[in-house]
Design a protein around this ligand. Structure first.
Ligand code: ARG
Length: 496
């Protein structure tokens, strides 16, 4: 049976007032406006407005394609382009009025566009939904941020390589369990971090590849009835692979709903911060009076309000602390995704603040570390100044303290024919003797050493010296200065 109702009044076009206050009542379907509290609770404009450029860029690519496909007219496209250019300049100059009532960056920009260009503005949303729009915006924005992060990772690696190059022959005690283990080149030690940051950069490139894919065209969740050319939009937005092929999401439900790219990015950022945090921890230890291995420039330290002698390593400490914050964002994002049914859910709006804060924290930290380690370019001389200062004498003295060449003595005995386990035991007796005389192994007279094993000869002292120990570890990836120099050359060629 047909539904017997009176013929409805013809709908009227949206008034400007309705456009400005969309949340007052979404459409004719709603019988009451949103409460003020709900408005504040659901609005995202005060944080997602930072996506404005990606939003405009995405909209222009969409409009260009709609016109090319004959869905909107060339005049509409021109009007949209004109309106967007004005909005861009309004936002850049700070004149743009962001309205909480318009909920998010997308509705704010669209409403202003319609205010400026009329019906053409209302046609922009043809064949699109905020669901595929926001997924596109976040991806576009993140790709551009990954490119900045990539540059900063290169800067930090260059700074570390430069300091390493100046310290190839500087010896510091290498630790395991924070107990003196074997002498290592300070350059070699710094290059360990270069390896970590190089892998971080690789991970970022990997994340970039999967982020740089276009969800637009998925519409709300099921695709759209309009003849969209999604690959054209992807090409316009630079969402292409290494071969220049457009990268477009292949399932509309997945395209609008998954935020795995944001989670992956935050995981890569967390690892990078963990590497920074390890370096921070070392700097803090090295700067303590008991070590005195390095100094960082005063502008990266603070004094104490009560103890006049103090210079505290606030920057490395804060970086170590901020690592917790970024790892927390990873936990937040991954938990956000858990339990969401397909397709888009409003939960996803919560992806932004953790993602934004991760990007900000990582960029600031990388920038400050590159400068703290490598220094700043002096505009007059072009040389870098004010990086970390290395106290080579303190490092070498510390390396002499912990019987760091004991393994070298064991290796010496093996070369004389002893099985390694016996050599190990023999050297333990020698270390004990040296400890009871409060001296280093290299300070024990030859006759005393020969008491531990008859095969020991005068050449043992070459082996017991720190430099001899270093030079002997001349295998690929080892700490011998020849190896370290080769690694520096490799990194320089790679980093440009
Ligand atoms: N502000 C929203 C977000 O960030 C945009 C998408 C809203 N979509 C929707 N169906 N309510 O996720």
């Amino acid at each position: 049976m047909a539904c017997a109702i009176a013929r409805p009044a013809a709908p009227t076009a949206m008034t400007q007032n309705q456009l400005d206050k969309k949340s007052e009542a979404w459409s004719a379907l709603f019988s009451e406006p949103m409460s003020e509290l709900v408005k504040r609770y659901t609005a995202s404009v005060f944080f997602d407005k930072r996506l404005w450029l990606a939003d405009i860029t995405g909209s222009l690519a969409h409009a260009d394609m709609l016109a090319a496909q004959g869905v909107i007219s060339a005049d509409d496209l021109a009007a949209i382009q004109r309106g967007m250019a004005q909005i861009r300049s309004e936002i850049e100059s700070g004149a743009f009025e962001w309205k909480l009532d318009l909920e998010d960056v997308h509705l704010n920009i669209e409403a202003r566009l319609t205010q400026l260009v009329g019906d053409a503005g209302k046609r922009l949303h043809t064949g699109r939904s905020r669901n595929d729009q926001v997924a596109t915006d976040v991806r576009l924005w993140l790709v551009s941020e990954i490119d900045v992060i990539d540059g900063l990772l290169t800067e930090l690696q260059r700074a570390l390589v430069d300091v390493a190059a100046k310290n190839v022959d500087v010896i510091l005690p290498g630790f395991t369990h924070l107990q003196v283990a074997q002498p290592v080149s300070f350059g070699h030690h710094l290059l360990a971090y270069v390896e970590m940051f190089a892998r971080d950069a690789e991970r970022m490139q990997d994340v970039r590849r999967r982020t740089n894919r276009l969800p637009l065209g998925s519409a709300a969740l099921a695709g759209t009835t309009y003849p969209l050319d999604r690959e054209r939009v992807a090409r316009t937005l630079g969402m292409v692979n290494e071969a220049g092929r457009p990268q477009v999401s292949q399932n509309s439900l997945d395209g609008v709903s998954d935020r795995d790219f944001a989670i992956e990015f935050t995981a890569a950022a967390s690892l990078c911060m963990v590497h920074i945090s390890r370096l921070s921890e070392e700097l803090i230890i090295w700067m303590s009076q008991n070590f005195g291995f390095v100094k960082i420039a005063d502008r990266f330290t603070t004094g104490s309000s009560i103890m006049p002698q103090k210079k505290n390593p606030d920057v490395p400490e804060l970086a170590r602390g901020k690592t917790g914050r970024v790892v927390g964002h990873l936990m937040g994002l991954i938990t956000l995704m858990k339990g969401q049914p397909l397709a888009y859910n409003k939960d996803n709006q919560e992806d932004k603040e953790p993602l934004f804060d991760t990007v900000d924290t990582l960029k600031d930290t990388l920038r400050i570390f590159a400068e703290m380690i490598g220094g700043q370019v002096n505009p007059d001389t072009g040389a870098k100044e004010g990086g970390i200062t290395v106290n080579a004498i303190a490092m070498e003295e510390a390396a002499k303290k912990g019987y760091a060449t004991a393994t070298d003595l064991a290796d010496y005995l093996v070369k004389k024919g002893l099985p390694f386990r016996d050599a190990h035991e023999t050297v333990a007796h020698a270390v004990k003797a040296a400890q009871s005389h409060a001296c280093d192994l290299s300070e024990l007279p030859l006759t005393v050493l020969q008491g531990f094993h008859a095969s020991i000869e005068k050449d043992v002292y070459d082996v017991l010296s720190l430099r001899g120990s270093l030079n002997a570890r001349n295998t690929l990836g080892g700490t011998a200065p020849a190896q370290v120099t080769a690694q520096i050359a490799r990194h320089r060629a790679r980093l440009g």
